[in-house]
Design a protein around this ligand. Structure first.
Ligand code: KIV
Ligand code: ZN
Length: 404
């Protein structure tokens, strides 16, 4: 997203006054995230993640798709019964069996939610559902009515909203709110839209659906073109007040919007977005590690916020700047996301300033001549090795001290 620091975010948000500055974080790691190939988790693992999510302050945990399997049903039921604080949500297609099963699983939660979805785009209507617009509209309303008769918190998602005709999308959203939906989620199911297009779709609904103010508008973006986070944030700018996302961005195909990136963008650029989340950001890195350990899905090194390189600096110019004032090359403090400290990696791009500081940190006292000699040895070694560790440096320093 291109950010003009002087511009103001759009303020077309229709949510009630008290909600205007607050973006709810809806975590779907245990549902959409688990649909990521290789990410399936057992009940104990799901409970562990759910407890961590609630502890981190997420507003809604989508715990699973209860009709999908007995295991999924049991996991959603266990999370609903045990995990306090967050709303616990179960997914259902728009039919009675799915909806009743979802309710059976979430009903004992402190704050239960049923999430009903039905595809609305012409591609899905024609090729998957083989239903007309009228049939889709009727089914959506009937599903939401059934869910609302069971549970006072009902979310509706028009699957593939991003490729749905604007007039039909408005009609569906208006009808489901009338039928009792308290959250309307707008999925870019196949990660197709560009940020300005996604924002325009949200803005269009907010401006043109008469009763939209009775529901929270939510984003749900996939990452097929690498736009999931940008699109979600564009949705927030346009007035959405719930964001659906997953830890480490796991999910179907290229994944969902990454929770840690959404949360830190909103926090770091509060001046721009003018809203907050309730996330305890220092839990982001530990929860990312927990998920990666449980699923075995590695986090890419250069991943924003939680990747190993996110707070690492190697080049001499950057390290020198950092040692003089960290704000030269860091816009967030590593401790804010639960990373213990900035990592000044010693490699072939590093300079004297960082090397000298590391030698002092390691407890050595060297004169300028010795530092220069160690620096030359270090550069020669760094040319052969990706990273020079403290143990390598100790050998170089000991050798020079021995020379004296
Ligand atoms: O991507 C999608 O459309 C979904 C819905 C079920 C919300 O995951
Ligand atoms: Zn999805």
């Amino acid at each position: 997203m291109t950010v003009d620091p002087t511009s103001q975010p759009a303020s077309s948000n229709p949510a009630p006054e008290r909600e205007r500055d607050r973006v709810r974080i809806f975590d779907t790691t245990l549902r959409d995230g688990e649909q990521s190939p290789g990410a399936s988790m057992n009940l104990g693992e799901k409970l562990e993640i759910a407890r961590a999510l609630a502890g981190m302050g997420v507003d809604v945990i989508e715990a699973g798709f209860p009709i999908a399997s007995v295991g999924d049903f049991e996991s959603v039921r266990a999370i609903a019964a045990e995990v306090a604080g967050a709303t616990v949500c179960g997914l259902a297609r728009c039919n009675d069996r799915d909806i009743d099963r979802a309710w059976e699983a979430v009903q004992y939660a402190q704050k239960p939610r049923i999430h009903v979805f039905l595809a609305t785009s012409p591609i899905h209507r024609e090729h998957k559902l083989r239903m007309s617009r009228e049939q889709v509209l009727e089914r959506a309303v009937a599903g939401v009515r059934r869910a609302a008769a069971l549970c006072k918190d009902v979310e509706f998602s028009p699957e593939d909203a991003a490729r749905t005709e604007a007039d039909f999308l408005r009609e569906v959203i208006e009808a489901v709110i009338e039928a009792g939906a308290t959250t309307v989620n707008i999925p870019d199911t196949v990660g197709y839209l560009m940020p300005s297009q996604y924002a325009a779709m949200i803005r269009d609904l907010i401006q043109n659906v008469p009763n939209i103010g009775r529901a929270v508008v939510s984003t749900h973006c996939h990452d097929d073109l690498g736009m999931a986070v940008a699109n979600s944030l564009a949705g927030v700018e346009a007035g959405a007040r719930q964001v659906e996302c997953t830890i480490n961005g796991i999910g179907e195909r290229a994944g969902n919007a990454a929770l840690e990136e959404i949360v830190m963008a909103i926090k770091t650029r509060r001046d721009y977005f003018g809203v907050d989340t309730a996330i305890k950001t220092e839990r982001l890195y530990p929860v990312s590690r927990m998920l990666s350990t449980i699923t075995g899905l590695a986090v890419q090194r250069n991943k924003a916020i939680v990747g190993r390189n996110a707070f690492a600096h190697e080049s001499g110019i950057h390290q020198d700047g950092m040692l003089k004032n960290r704000t030269t090359y860091e816009i967030m403090q590593p401790q804010d996301v639960g990373v213990p400290q900035t990592d000044l990696v010693l490699g072939k791009h590093s300079g004297r300033h960082a090397l000298r500081d590391r030698i002092v940190e390691m407890g050595y006292t060297l004169n300028d001549e010795q530092v220069e000699a160690v620096f030359n040895d270090f550069k020669a070694l760094a040319d052969k090795k990706k990273e020079v560790y403290d143990e390598d440096l100790a050998v170089l320093v000991d050798k020079r001290l021995g020379d004296v």
